[in-house]
Design a protein around this ligand. Structure first.
Ligand SMILES: Cc1cc2nc3c(=O)[nH]c(=O)nc-3n(C[C@H](O)[C@H](O)[C@H](O)COP(=O)(O)OP(=O)(O)OC[C@H]3O[C@@H](n4cnc5c(N)ncnc54)[C@H](O)[C@@H]3O)c2cc1C
Length: 465
């Protein structure tokens, strides 16, 4: 057999699945990471991959992985390209494995509340198909219309309704994946098992570095009988955090709980005020009514005031709008969102220090945050920054400086540096601080055992020794 990977791929899969035409490989050079878009606009874009392979079957994926490993060329899995941390950047010899054509719904099982999808299934289409049967995945990332089910697993994603329904790790029943040696594993076959470490977690958040996810079974829910909303103004972030903590620790679980600082409240809605807390309550009608009443009672007792429901219904109607980068980059502004998490006692300190640190940057136009995923022991924060510079050449450095300030404030404050977007390239250098040297070494050991030739998505997630 030829040593040339493209010839081998064409011989094994047929020409139609192995794309080398310029237009086909150019638009798979990167994901949605703003740094790649800055570089594109400067004409400094990275190289296209050697080829884009669009497998149709799991056997195709196994063939591609085996060829990549045998020839030692980089293999970069690509779901729908909505990743925002630089998980996809190609190199001239790389095989870009575009999972998007593997997008079937394999089964929907209303009795056991399970649905199995090919990994390339569009998230919104998956949700719409189960919704037609009165069911829901319960997973609503803002990017639902532009991300894949396999991408959700690979990045350890979170949906907007996570406070009650959980993050992707809580919704996964089983994962099918091709390992770097080409073998196929199916991990998970019952609602729970006590059969050693849960191997599904090796693939959740693996970002294409430990294998290719080919199929996912999600544990569904019945659609809620009732939905209601509530909104409150808290005088400051600390009071809002305490209100959210008290509500959750008393046992209430609104699927959506979000808290916006003063700056983001102004962007949220004209009726929003101070630090705005919004909630969506879902479930059996009786429970929804009681939960909403309890939220109002607690809010009043803590000095929060009620705000109009329209703030929340407006958010529900507009929450999945995905803006392009061109408009702000054309004004020499670089912006991004950075999500972190921390325990209740640490979150306010991290909010203060991260926003203050970014606000000191020359050209800062925004340094703000909201929370959107709440737990008994803490919550996340979702920082937004916008920095304006005199020229487009200055944007990348400003971007990395803003990230450094938020990462440093988070680590110094005792938080975790990523809540749901993953590591990609932008957070990789901070992984040693996140995991500790020993934890980072364990991750490298795992990588070395599964992928000794290092072909799977090099440069992503795994920190250098
Ligand atoms: C506007 C916007 C809003 C967003 N909102 C959210 C949100 O609310 N919650 C959230 O969690 N994320 C959010 N994201 C981030 C992004 O949508 C998620 O990370 C998503 O899970 C990525 O899915 P994808 O199919 O687009 O993956 P891609 O971008 O194609 O890939 C992401 C990473 O996963 C790897 N990968 C993809 N598919 C596979 C596979 N089948 N096997 C192995 N590795 C694979 C890639 O190599 C890459 O490292 C948002 C992004 C945007 C642009």
């Amino acid at each position: 057999m030829s040593a040339d990977p493209i010839s081998q791929l064409k011989a094994a899969l047929g020409d139609a699945k192995v794309l080398t035409a310029t237009d086909k490989i150019q638009d798979r050079r990167h994901d949605y990471w703003v740094v790649s878009h800055i570089r594109d606009r400067l004409g400094a874009q990275g190289p296209a991959p050697a080829c884009v392979v669009r497998p149709a079957t799991v056997a195709d994926v196994q063939t591609v992985v085996k060829i990549a490993t045998a020839t030692g060329v980089p293999l970069i899995p690509f779901g729908l390209g909505s990743g925002v941390v630089g998980g996809v950047i190609t190199s001239p010899n790389a095989i870009l494995l575009d999972i998007g054509a593997m997008n079937a719904t394999r089964s929907i099982d209303p009795e056991n509340l399970l649905a199995t999808f090919d990994a390339g299934k569009n998230g919104l289409e998956a949700e719409q198909e189960v919704a037609a049967l009165g069911l829901t995945t319960g997973h609503w990332p803002q990017s639902i219309a532009v991300s894949s089910v396999g991408g959700w697993v690979a990045t350890r994603a979170s949906g907007q309704f996570s406070t009650a329904y959980g993050n992707i790790e809580d919704l996964i029943y089983s994962i099918e994946a091709v390992l770097p040696d080409g073998s196929l594993v199916t991990l998970g076959k019952a609602p729970r098992a006590s059969a050693g470490p849960d191997l599904r977690h090796i693939l959740m958040g693996s970002e294409g570095t430990l294998g290719v996810i080919t199929g996912v079974t999600l544990s569904l829910r019945r659609a809620a009988e009732k939905q209601a909303v509530s909104a409150f103004a808290a005088p400051d972030m600390r009071t809002g955090f305490t209100f959210q903590r008290e509500l959750v620790q008393r046992g209430w679980q609104p699927p959506v709980m979000r808290q916006y600082d003063v700056r983001e409240s102004k962007r949220l809605h004209e009726a929003a005020k101070d630090c705005t807390v919004i909630m969506v309550h879902e479930g059996p009608a009786a429970l929804v009514d009681v939960e909403r009443a309890a939220a109002f009672e607690l809010a009043a007792s803590m000095g929060l005031t009620a705000l109009p429901d329209t703030i929340v219904t407006h958010w529900l109607g507009h929450r999945n709008h995905v803006a392009g980068w061109d408009e702000i980059l054309s004004r020499n502004i670089v912006a991004d969102t950075v999500e972190i998490s921390a325990s209740w006692d640490k979150i306010a300190g991290i909010y203060d220090s991260a926003t203050a640190s970014v606000a000191q940057m020359p050209g800062c136009r925004a340094a703000s945050a909201h929370s959107s995923h709440v737990y008994r022991s803490g919550l996340n924060l979702y920082f937004t920054f916008a920095i304006q510079k005199d020229s487009p050449e200055e944007l990348e450095a400003a971007y990395f400086e803003a990230w450094k300030r938020i990462m440093t404030a988070t680590a110094d404050g005792g938080g975790s540096m990523s809540h749901h977007h993953g590591i990609g390239r932008v957070r990789r250098e901070y992984m040693i601080r996140e995991l500790g040297p020993e934890g980072a070494s364990l991750l490298r050991t795992l990588k070395g055992a599964l992928d000794p030739k290092g072909v799977m998505n090099p440069g992503v997630l795994i920190p250098d020794a």
